[in-house]
Design a protein around this ligand. Structure first.
Ligand SMILES: Cc1ncc(COP(=O)(O)O)c(C=O)c1O
Length: 385
């Protein structure tokens, strides 16, 4: 605890796990949006936000939606996931990753992580799929359940990119479309490419705890122009475009991001490169500080990546596992917010019966990880100490 306190300079208790950062620009754009009267899902800020985000990512098509979960849901539908399918999902993820699969009427099929990235393990996955999948001349099916395995979701845990080249190779072998759950990784890079641009479809979250926020919000990043048009249609209640008539041609979703949220997003995006820089400095400070402490380390980005370090995590050595809850209690009692990683999804009541592989690495990581305060401005506190 003393090490964390030293990094945080012990100035501003309580310390949250991740707080949003606002400035005059956020207030100015929000006021402008209020003054315009266009606060809902029609308005210029939604268009601006989508263009600004597309430019930042270097892509052509971005569709802003109400949250990251909705972005995942629609991405899976666009990937062709249907009721009765199975979708490959990391067991170590936030529950939204699996919930989005369930919203499609499909079943999450949980797979293991690797310690190098905290994301899907491409080698273990390849061996597992070779074992359980069988091609019926048309699609790949799980030989145990008979269900079509329709897609794979990769998630960049705490902002650290998965080994995408290796995972894409596995997905290609089985003709699986890949959806990137980039909810936590806006601003991270895998090799030279931005997270959120590494697959045909990606979902980003702008929840209040993310690197930038729109209050609540999300975005779908889509390579294909026609799929992007379909995403826009589906997320706008499938309304047929017409100057005054109101008609819909299928069951759509009321998922478009409101203009008010997009106004905040435009201001936040301006500051994103600075936030990434601050968060990398904070991670450096933690890494340095913990290099002197035995039995624990701070997780560092995989060698090929430039991570946004959305949440910093401590990794306890095997010998110190018994101390995890004690450390969590000490930090939280001292009003320094710390959290264990999510309870693995195959342990949650609604997902216990889902198909899964051996999840020993995810289970090991679940015991060893502790998330520690990671707001971008904390690094300023540290340097003013
Ligand atoms: C890995 C992951 N996937 C999906 C989501 C869902 O995003 P949202 O909360 O915007 O629905 C989140 C975060 O909240 C997340 O961390």
């Amino acid at each position: 605890m003393a090490t964390i306190k030293a990094v945080l300079a012990d100035k501003r208790l309580p310390v949250a796990l991740h707080e949003p950062s606002f400035s005059a620009l956020d207030q100015q754009l929000l006021k402008d949006c209020l003054d315009s009267g266009f606060v809902s899902s029609v308005g210029e800020y939604v268009d601006h936000f989508e263009r600004q985000l597309a430019e930042y990512l270097g892509v052509d098509h971005v569709v802003a939606v109400v949250n990251g979960t909705a972005a995942l849901h629609v991405s899976l539908l666009l990937a062709g996931v249907m009721a009765g399918d199975e979708v490959i999902v990391p067991a170590l993820s936030f529950v939204a990753t699996a919930n989005a699969v369930s919203y499609c009427g499909a079943t999450p099929h949980f797979v293991d992580s690797e310690p190098r990235t905290l994301g899907l393990d491409p080698i273990k996955l390849d061996e597992y799929l070779a074992d359980i999948l069988q091609f019926d001349g048309d699609v790949w099916r799980n030989r145990n359940t008979g269900c079509r395995v329709a897609a794979m979701i990769v998630m960049h845990t705490f902002g650290h990119p998965v080994d995408m080249d290796a995972l894409n190779a596995v997905a290609q072998r089985y003709g699986l479309p890949v959806v990137e759950d980039a909810a936590e990784s806006l601003g991270s890079r895998y090799k030279a490419k931005m997270a959120g641009t590494l697959a045909d479809l990606a979902a980003i979250s702008f929840n209040g705890n993310k690197i930038i926020t729109t209050g609540g919000g999300g975005a779908i990043v889509i390579r294909d122009k026609n799929l992007a048009a379909r995403a826009r249609h589906l997320t706008t209640t499938a309304k047929i475009s017409h100057p005054w008539q109101i008609a819909h041609d299928e069951i759509g979703f009321n998922y478009r991001m409101p203009n008010l949220n997009a106004a905040l997003g435009c201001a936040q995006l301006e500051k994103l490169p600075g936030f990434v820089e601050q968060k990398r400095q904070l991670a450096d400070a933690y890494i340095q500080a913990f290099s002197m402490v035995e039995g624990v380390s701070v997780f560092q980005e995989p060698e090929y990546s430039h991570s946004n370090y959305w949440l910093n995590v401590m990794l306890l050595d095997e010998a110190n596992l018994v101390m995890r809850n004690e450390i969590l209690a000490l930090l939280n009692n001292a009003t320094i917010m710390a959290r264990p990683v999510w309870t693995l999804m195959h342990k949650l009541p609604m997902y216990q019966a889902c198909p899964r592989m051996d999840l020993s690495m995810a289970e090991d990581l679940e015991q060893r990880l502790i998330c520690i305060p990671s707001s971008p401005f904390l690094v300023r506190v540290a340097s003013h100490a």
